[in-house]
Design a protein around this ligand. Structure first.
Ligand SMILES: Cc1ncc(COP(=O)(O)O)c(C=O)c1O
Length: 359
């Protein structure tokens, strides 16, 4: 079968391609390379989809009114401050295109789609690197220029470390004063919702916060994300978005996700416990050094000379386990890999396979 050329660097979660290449069934792969809720999606989604099925004879609600109202209630904002998209990735591309920035400034290492979106929009890109001694999170105020579009992830990706809230306020104020836009990517913040910086939205008219249903609610295949921002900015972006990018099923699923508080609290408890379990066990293995994280993934450094993440990934594939080689993140190298936090049995399988590979 013909594979189309890929324009962006490899991501985690490319399981269809991997299964085809390895000649195995999708279900035979244990995927630690994409960071998706191991509980699966909230149980109420099945009923929500069945109900929404009757509505697919109509075009989707272009304004996603019911979903935006539910999001507004959940996040204590107004619907006018919310724009939904076909995954948060669509919104990254929309922002890079619609705001016509004179330059993109990316805090690295970072999700590769920021750079690709800026490239496609013909926007020159600059980088603000963060270092290993800071756990790859921002430690000093940025120096944006007027017209910049700054990309910053909170918690940091791929290290999973929170930003210092005081530093964030200084960065946001600096962006505002210089006339730069700030896109704060909180795609994973649901695991620590209380740490979200959304409470500062009203203070900074050029601040946008990106959120996703993909990771926390376990629906990467559905494509649903949203952006929070000042009503004028949201209205402008909405005017440049393709019509109907969020389908009827996705809108219904989003509402059902937000209604399931028990699933949310079970998820937070599970991830907290399993992250600690994995961190402790990884730290105890000779040759591995995990970074502290508050979300559902762990960045790990291979400390044994000569061992690369690419080799380890290949060896793990023999166990039908997929890990994310993080060597293609700008600012990281072949010693780094990333794993998702999953359920106990799966985490134990991962650890056992890692031990064998490191022997
Ligand atoms: C940091 C970060 N932001 C945004 C996204 C995009 O997620 P989605 O488009 O599924 O909402 C990802 C996906 O991996 C990510 O890692």
């Amino acid at each position: 079968m013909t594979e189309l050329p890929e324009k962006t660097p490899a991501h985690g979660g490319d399981v269809y391609h991997l299964a085809r290449t390895l000649g195995v069934e999708l279900a035979d792969l244990l995927d630690f390379s994409a960071n998706i809720n191991p509980l699966g999606f909230p149980p109420g989604l099945t009923g929500a989809v069945q109900e929404a099925l009757g509505e697919i004879v109509h075009y989707p609600d272009r304004r996603s009114l019911k979903l935006r109202a539910a999001l507004a209630a959940y996040h204590h904002l107004t619907p006018e401050e919310i724009l939904v998209g076909n995954g948060s990735t669509e919104l990254i591309y929309l922002v890079a295109r619609a705001l016509r920035p004179s330059r993109g400034l990316i805090v690295t290492p970072a999700f590769s789609e920021y750079e690709h979106a800026l490239d496609l929009a013909r926007v020159p890109v600059a980088f603000h690197p963060t270092g290993e001694s800071d756990n790859f999170t921002l430690s000093a105020v940025l120096e944006p220029q007027a017209g910049d579009l700054v990309f910053l992830a909170h918690p940091a990706s791929p290290s999973g470390v929170l930003l210092d809230p005081e530093l964030f306020l200084r960065v946001a104020a600096r962006c505002d004063a210089t006339g730069a836009y700030l896109l704060l990517d909180e795609a994973f913040v649901d695991f620590v919702e209380e740490a979200s910086l959304k409470i500062h939205l009203g203070r900074f008219p050029r601040l946008m916060i990106l959120r996703s249903f993909t990771k926390f609610f376990g629906i990467p295949g559905m494509r649903l994300g949203f952006l929070l921002g000042a009503p004028e900015l949201v209205a402008h972006l909405s005017g440049e978005q393709e019509p109907w990018s969020v389908n009827t099923m996705a809108q219904a699923m989003g509402r059902a996700c937000l209604a399931d508080r028990e699933y949310m609290s079970q998820t937070r408890t599970l991830i907290k416990r399993e992250r600690q379990f994995l961190f402790d066990r990884l730290a105890a293995l000779s040759g591995l050094s995990p970074f502290p994280s508050v979300v559902n993934y762990l960045l790990v450094k291979l400390t044994r000379p000569g061992m690369t993440a690419a080799t380890l990934r290949q060896q793990m594939l023999a166990h039908r386990i997929v890990i994310r080689n993080a060597g293609n993140f700008r600012g990281l190298d072949e010693r780094f890999f990333r794993i998702a936090v999953r359920g106990r049995k799966e985490n134990e399988r991962l650890l056992q396979a890692l031990e064998q590979c490191l022997e």
